[in-house]
Design a protein around this ligand. Structure first.
Ligand SMILES: C[S@@+](CC[C@H](N)C(=O)[O-])C[C@H]1O[C@@H](n2cnc3c(N)ncnc32)[C@H](O)[C@@H]1O
Ligand code: SF4
Length: 376
């Protein structure tokens, strides 16, 4: 029997060191564990395979640093995963050699998301990144040489000490590489991280100056022919991409509220009216699966209201918005009128003529605050 889930996430947690701003589920050291971890992932895949549809649309290997995983183990994992239309791997620049790039391509990877963050040596140092600006450029060229035609760059704005001219310089460097896709995140100093402790005061001081930063990012990338299709994501517009739709299909599935299966420590799955998250503990995860048991999981029941609200929060991040028929279940009509009059949201027909709720560019820059205002 096959299931309905068409999107698969696989978490590879190993990192060479822990960057101060990061609060993802990562594991430093434990080089000897890669094989056991891949065994556990494949064990979990076997247990959960029944959720997956005959044809999987997207697979995403995220981290951690997937490309730090021992090459033969990474190859073994890729060979055992279901084939998909889009297979993305996150890569840290300093790990990308010509051989690794070729291996990924030959193993069926179609898209690489390269964690650049910045091209300024001083800002990379603040972030405690290992890659130099040259290493980022070389990684990009190695991927191109291995014939990757869908490369995304991750960049950050709001780094402590980042001036407008440094931001402009990063945008220039990124555009010079002509990636198909750019994710431009606002750096979040997560409470409790070493980073928040060390840089909190500087971040508070520069907060006001940073308000215009994202506007600048959107303006510059739009001007260079990139479509701002999601709050933090841009792709070469179809007329610049020979008609290809270069939006990240895996992430689009999240934003459209589709179900997905997540494998690995800390991985989240959304399956019908249930969300579950695997234990973040490597030892417990590997041991359970080696015994043929399910790993520990936290399970959250998703009622219809929660799903509708999440659908609205995520759908309004997209430039295509959300069909009104779906939005109506969670939107307060009076608040909608108010937000429309403020020029933050609007109703328009989608390609099939269905009424659709979209945020205006100003509404999208304000992001979640507008959506919260809309909730009934
Ligand atoms: C899951 S991380 C892992 C990628 C990879 N290990 C790396 O560091 O490049 C994916 C992306 O999330 C973004 N990210 C990580 N921590 C962040 C934070 N505190 N605030 C905003 N974005 C963050 C970074 O741009 C990063 O490339
Ligand atoms: S390399 Fe990426 S995942 Fe690992 S600690 Fe740094 S930011 Fe986090």
């Amino acid at each position: 029997m096959t299931g309905h889930v068409r999107h698969l996430y696989v978490h590879l947690p190993f990192c060479a060191h822990r960057c101060g701003y990061c609060d993802f589920v990562t594991v430093v050291g434990r080089e000897g564990w890669h094989g056991r971890y891949v065994d556990a992932l494949l064990g979990e895949l076997e247990r959960e395979r029944g959720w997956l549809a005959d044809r999987v649309e997207t697979v995403f290997l995220g981290g951690g640093t997937p490309t730090l995983t021992d090459g033969s183990e990474l190859h073994r994992l890729l060979a055992a995963l279901p084939t998909a239309d889009e297979v993305t791997v996150e890569a840290n620049p300093e790990t990308v050699t010509p051989g690794l790039a070729r291996m990924l391509r030959e193993a069926g990877v179609t898209r690489v998301s390269l964690g650049a963050q910045s091209f300024q040596p001083d800002l990379l140092a603040v972030l405690e990144r290992r890659a130099t600006p040259d290493a980022i450029r070389h990684a990009f060229y190695h991927l191109r040489d291995a014939s990757f035609d869908n490369i995304s760059l991750d960049l950050l704005h709001g780094i402590p000490g980042q001036s407008t001219s440094a931001l402009e310089a990063d945008i220039d460097e990124a555009l010079a590489l002509a990636p198909e896709h750019v994710s431009y995140y606002e750096l979040e100093a997560k409470p409790g991280t070493r980073f928040a402790h060390a840089h909190g005061a500087e971040l508070a001081r520069q907060a006001e100056a940073m308000e215009g930063y994202f506007e600048l990012v959107v303006e510059r990338l739009n001007g260079a022919g990139y479509r701002w299709y999601e709050t933090a994501n841009f792709c070469l517009a179809a007329d610049r991409a020979e008609g290809r739709d270069l939006r990240a299909r895996h992430n689009l599935a999240y934003w459209r509220g589709r179900d997905y299966l997540g494998l690995g420590i800390g991985a989240v799955s959304t399956l019908g009216d249930e969300r579950r998250q695997n234990t973040p503990r490597l030892n417990a995860y590997v041991t359970a699966l080696a015994r043929g048991e399910a790993p520990d999981r936290e399970i959250e029941a998703l009622d219809a209201r929660t799903r509708d609200e999440e659908r609205l929060m995520l759908g309004l991040r997209l430039d295509t918005g959300l069909p009104l028929a779906e939005a109506e279940r969670s939107v307060d009509p009076v608040a909608l009128g108010r937000v429309e009059r403020l020029g933050l949201a609007t109703l328009r027909a989608d390609r099939d003529g269905r009424p659709t709720l979209v945020l205006t560019p100003r509404g999208r820059r304000l992001g979640g605050a507008v959506t919260v205002e809309l909730l009934a």
